[in-house]
Design a protein around this ligand. Structure first.
Ligand SMILES: [Zn+2]
Length: 248
């Protein structure tokens, strides 16, 4: 079961993905059910970042009608491994700080995942890692780690409270993709240059871990630096908010 608030913000993200489709080189369909797990895992693993391996089902292609509608004028075919196929598995592979989260011994994952993953062993197609209380914008270490990725790299940024040892870190340049309306940051608070208090932030949802979620961000990119457009899909492989996108 995907939470209604999450469905709603995935729908508005999709609409934005549709409207800005021509600025991307490729598209990636992300099942909402898997995405919800990623958000819950990210919050359960605090204060660490987590690294999640994502796999695709080579028997299941992305919905062709949706593919067509989201096709970019900049589209690059065959840009990455698994392009056009549905994501069907997610596994937490590592946790740590922003540097150590990327550095996992390949043979270690091979051992853990080999029995269930057959010949491909620990080698995942796509990789996602989290930025707890920070925007989803790649660091230098993130760009380096992406060079080993056959598919695409994704970053999930979350703003939440209680923030524990991780106050919101916002001093990063880059393009943001926010799900839903950006959390309300009080202009007045900024003007007075005081910290924003809890009451300044709108709560878009609550996680099973008890955290209040203020903002969810997701980006995907190819190791060449090209942006990949993410479309959140429901159990019928259709985008959340499909009706309003189609009639757009
Ligand atoms: Zn990172």
């Amino acid at each position: 079961m995907v939470e209604p608030w999450l469905k709603e913000i995935m729908g508005s993200y999709n609409l934005e993905s549709y409207e800005s489709r021509n600025s991307y080189a490729a598209q990636l369909h992300m099942p909402g059910k898997i995405f919800q797990s990623l958000v819950w895992w990210a919050l359960k693993s605090l204060p660490d970042e987590i690294l999640v391996g994502l796999d695709i089902d080579f028997m299941q292609q992305q919905n062709p009608e949706v593919d067509q509608l989201f096709t970019s004028t900049q589209q690059v075919d065959g840009l990455f491994q698994g392009q056009g196929y549905l994501i069907n598995e997610a596994h937490i592979v590592n946790r740590g700080d922003s540097y150590s989260v990327h550095h996992l011994p390949e043979d270690w994952t091979d051992d853990i995942f080999a029995p269930s993953r057959g010949a491909r062993a620990g080698r995942f197609t796509h990789w996602l890692h989290t930025h707890p209380n920070a925007p989803a914008i790649p660091s230098g270490a993130d760009a380096d780690a992406a060079q080993e990725t056959p598919g695409v790299d994704l970053i999930l940024g979350l703003r939440f409270s209680p923030s524990g040892p991780l106050p919101w870190f916002d001093d990063v340049e880059g393009k943001r993709r926010i799900l839903g309306k950006e959390a309300v940051r009080e202009v007045a608070a900024k003007k007075a240059s005081v910290w924003t208090t809890k009451s300044d932030l709108s709560v878009i949802g609550t996680a099973p871990s008890g955290h209040m979620i203020h903002e969810v961000q997701l980006i995907a990119f190819h190791k060449t630096g090209l942006g990949v457009n993410v479309i959140f899909t429901d159990e019928n492989n259709l985008p959340y908010g499909w009706d309003s996108i189609r009639s757009n």
